[in-house]
Design a protein around this ligand. Structure first.
Ligand SMILES: [Zn+2]
Length: 460
């Protein structure tokens, strides 16, 4: 089954039964991604459950997709026929279970089987040649960044990170310092000019859960506990190893200045991944050396983009070897972008470190890839907190959070693929504001679900 646009016959069929986008989405998920069978493979550790893990997983996935805001809001849905039909409950079943059961099942869900839903969807999309052409330079890019899901001063769990925050009275008088608990993740997002898909996510671990570290050398060496919470870079290194192991077709990592260091570039090299990393610190190598070499040089290239109304001056420097923690050559590119409609504004300047497969890109493509990194903050993180319910703590438990995020992220990818590959004209009709377009689509799906009360169709 290819990801082609629906045929006229499919369009007529969709309208004939009076069902719109939600029915099409369910059919698409079933036909193209075999979603039902992947949900059915989800396991959990409950003994003889009355509601199978696959039904719980489907409930959470569709709750995420339809932006149901809390378990309280989900509770009545679990006894509504249209929702039971949507998640694939047996005909005649009056009620699925309580939301407490959903919460308990999430705590005991097998993470490998939940993650497999998203992994299988991406593998299938790749086999269907959705990413065939790659992007700039025919390469596939993942952006990596840190994301804080939520924070609380009251509730916490063993996987919470902790920071101390100062609190003040209304008049600004300092009252004291309190602990604030939060969960932070390293996220990998496949970036493309059409759409962005989540590839993987990895929690940043608190000090108590970190692996022991070796202290000392030789006969006095011993394993000790770390006294600090893990950093984003450590979690991201674990993440990128798993991403490459799972999706061997990914070529290049795009990241912010936190990742501009020798050890991380060395990990990427060992995995066969190229890099386009933002560099900020002018005193750090190899940017320092590049800036020294470019000091009096005119731009090596000037590019005008009539569509974006921009003029970009570019400097390029290959084969830098001044970063002592990296055993290889690094290319440095600098781009200064002037907005032609606002020549009075100072140009924005970007510096990038480039390694591996990304070396083949022209300097303007290097800049385009680095600027696309903002997708991860604009498209994903912004949408997750403002339009989706990723910031709501449905159940504060480390495994429940992971299972829930995996299911919500599967819903995010499914909806993105559906919108861009199946509803092409829909996207155009609704303008260029992606976030608003998706919100409108969800509203239509919720209205449609309400009409399923009387509708009979086969969702198998
Ligand atoms: Zn926690």
């Amino acid at each position: 089954m290819s990801d082609s646009a629906p045929t006229p016959r499919e369009e007529v069929e969709a309208q004939r039964v009076g069902a719109g986008q939600l029915r099409r989405l369910v059919a698409y998920a079933s036909k193209v991604f075999d979603l039902g069978s992947w949900l059915a493979r989800v396991e959990d550790a409950r003994r003889k459950p009355l509601t199978l893990p696959g039904l719980i997983a489907a409930t959470v996935l569709y709750a995420g997709l339809l932006r149901i805001r809390s378990f309280n809001a989900l509770e009545p849905r679990l006894g509504e026929k249209p929702f039971l039909r949507l998640v694939g409950a047996a005909p005649g079943r009056q009620r699925l279970c309580s939301v407490d059961t959903v919460g308990r099942a999430l705590c005991r869900m097998d993470l490998h089987s939940v993650r497999a839903i998203l992994v299988s969807m991406l593998h299938k999309a790749e086999r269907n040649k959705v990413f065939r052409e790659g992007w700039h330079g025919a390469l596939r890019y993942v952006a990596i960044d840190g994301w804080e899901a939520f924070c609380s001063r009251h509730r916490h769990c063993p996987e919470c990170l902790v920071r101390r925050v100062k609190i003040k009275a209304k008049d600004g008088t300092p009252i004291g310092v309190v602990p604030e608990y939060y969960h932070r993740y390293a996220v990998a997002l496949l970036i493309d000019e059409r759409f962005d898909l989540v590839v993987d996510i990895e929690p940043v671990l608190p000090k108590d859960l970190r692996p022991l570290i070796v202290k000392g050398k030789g006969p006095t060496a011993r394993l000790v506990k770390s006294s600090l919470d893990e950093g984003e870079l450590t979690a991201a290194t674990r993440l990128i190893r798993r991403v490459k192991q799972t999706f061997g077709w990914i070529d290049v990592v795009v990241a912010d200045a936190l990742y501009a260091n020798g050890p991380f570039l060395t990990v990427l090299d060992s995995l066969g991944l190229g890099a386009v990393i933002i560099a900020h610190k002018e005193g750090d190598e190899p940017l320092r050396e590049a800036l020294h070499l470019w000091a009096d040089e005119a731009p090596h290239k000037i590019v005008e983009d009539d569509n974006a109304h921009e003029r970009t001056s570019l400097w390029d420097c290959r084969d830098l070897e001044t970063l002592t923690t990296y055993d290889g050559k690094i290319r440095c590119v600098r781009g200064c972008v002037t907005r032609l409609k606002h020549p009075e504004q100072p140009p924005s300047t970007w510096c990038m470190l480039v390694t591996g497969k990304a070396i083949r890109l022209s300097p303007e493509k290097v800049l385009a890839v680095a600027r696309a990194r903002w997708h991860i903050e604009n498209t994903a993180f912004h949408q997750w907190t403002t339009r989706w319910r990723f910031g709501h703590v449905f159940r504060h438990h480390p495994d429940a959070l992971r299972s829930l995020f995996w299911l919500f992220l599967s819903a995010f990818d499914l909806l993105t693929l559906f919108q861009y590959l199946q509803l092409r004209s829909y996207g155009r009709d609704c303008g260029k504001n992606v976030t608003r377009t998706i919100s409108r689509l969800i509203d239509e799906m919720l209205d449609e679900l309400a009409c399923w009360q009387t509708l009979v169709w086969d969702s198998s």
